[in-house]
Write a protein that binds this ligand. Structure first.
Ligand code: SF4
Length: 389
């Protein structure tokens, strides 16, 4: 569960000016009651009318917990942790107003390493807990950290409903195409034919493409990045966090123990120019050492890679993140069948749609205005009951 700020404020792990003197919520609506709150960009404005003051600036060390990091040396998770801890001071949020929620798996140890509130929850269920928290406490900055097994197998159901609801939170999917914590079984993103301890003759499953799945589930913000480029990753995290609604980022993450090199065909420095397709809004989709490759549209709407010399400068598709129609973003997500051929990275889709917790808050207020304060007892005895023999 989420500890009260009072219980964490005295843990001494924040630098002077940290939790003990931090900005707090003045509207008395939550555990932070007692002082002004400094809402970050994630706030949906439910605290409108409350006084605000500028929050003291934080630095990276304010976000680093005192817990020993127990990932394997060389794991891609370290890059992601560093990127998040370096980004948060920049975006004006506070540790005592931030919550990281995870499920089960290597990536799900993430909340331990953040000096924020955290919930290390049930396998695949982080989206459910995060949805409840984001609705009940819209003043908090809620993040979900999950892996390919956690989000897409055990939690597949919760994942797709989070996407379609557009709850105000940021979700990071560490995709290493393997179950690492349980020592190397194939996951929902492992390639067909993958030989693991649980698939000794090769996996027969068609893998999920997380970006396609998110877009198909009506996600409003979808991006992909990788653990070999912290600058790009940081920008994707910032964009996802700034998005109003669910910001989803798939991160190609190397598990150097059980699936080493899974992404090196596209993420190794020598392969990036020829195999990473950077998506930039409003610009032709081109890549290659000298921009000699491009993405063009087929008559049936699908996309393919072509040579600029063959199709001409004007044939390249112009990337548009803001299209309401999800088909172009979906077609982009289908361009590569796996991380061994030219693969797009960047923001696939960024559209605006009503945010779920605002809608819930509005609906409850409207119902209370017309029907008065709720009465649980009268609801229970309202007649919709029956007896069985
Ligand atoms: Fe990282 Fe793999 Fe080790 Fe897990 S098993 S900590 S994913 S290297």
């Amino acid at each position: 569960m989420v500890p009260t700020p009072e219980s964490s404020a005295g843990n001494g792990s924040l630098a002077p000016g940290g939790a003990g003197s931090a900005a707090r919520n003045v509207n008395g609506s939550g555990p932070g009651a007692g002082g002004p709150v400094a809402n970050g960009p994630r706030s949906n404005g439910a605290g409108a009318g409350t006084a605000t003051v500028a929050a003291p600036a934080t630095s990276r060390k304010d976000w680093v917990s005192d817990q020993e990091v127990k990932w394997c040396p060389g794991c891609g998770d370290f890059t992601i942790l560093a990127a998040v801890q370096m980004l948060l001071p920049e975006i004006g949020v506070r540790p005592e107003s931030t919550v990281f929620i995870s499920g089960i798996g290597c990536s799900s140890r993430f909340p331990y390493y953040m000096n924020t509130y955290g919930i290390h929850s049930i396998h695949g269920r982080a989206p459910a807990l995060a949805t409840g928290l984001a609705i009940a406490r819209p003043d908090l900055d809620v993040w979900v950290v999950t892996g390919d097994g956690d989000a897409l197998s055990i939690g597949g159901n919760h994942f797709i409903h989070l996407m379609r609801r557009n709850v105000n939170l940021t979700i990071l999917l560490f995709n290493n195409q393997i179950y690492g914590l349980t020592k190397g079984q194939y996951s929902p993103t492992s390639e067909t034919g993958k030989v693991t301890k649980s698939t000794p003759y090769g996996s027969l499953d068609a893998p999920f493409n997380p970006v396609s799945l998110a877009i198909g589930a009506e996600a409003t913000f979808v991006a992909r990045t990788h653990d070999m480029d912290r600058k790009h990753m940081t920008e994707m995290l910032r964009r996802a966090h700034d998005h109003k609604g669910t910001g989803f980022v798939e991160i190609y993450q190397n598990c150097n123990v059980y699936n080493n090199g899974a992404f090196e065909d596209i993420t190794a420095k020598e392969n990036r120019a020829s195999n990473l397709i950077p998506l930039e809004h409003g610009r032709p989709i081109r890549f290659g050492e000298n921009g000699e490759h491009c993405v063009v549209r087929n008559p049936d709407g699908s996309l393919r890679v072509a040579e600029v010399a063959d199709v001409g400068e004007d044939a390249a598709v112009i990337h548009d993140e803001y299209l309401e129609d999800s088909s172009p973003a979906f077609a982009l997500s289908r361009l590569a069948s796996g991380p061994h051929e030219p693969t797009p990275i960047g923001v696939f889709r960024d559209i605006s749609r009503p945010e779920y917790s605002e809608e819930v808050t509005r609906q409850v207020a409207t119902a209370q205005a017309s029907e008065g304060e709720p009465d649980l007892k009268s609801l229970i005895f309202s007649g919709g009951t029956w007896s069985t023999n």
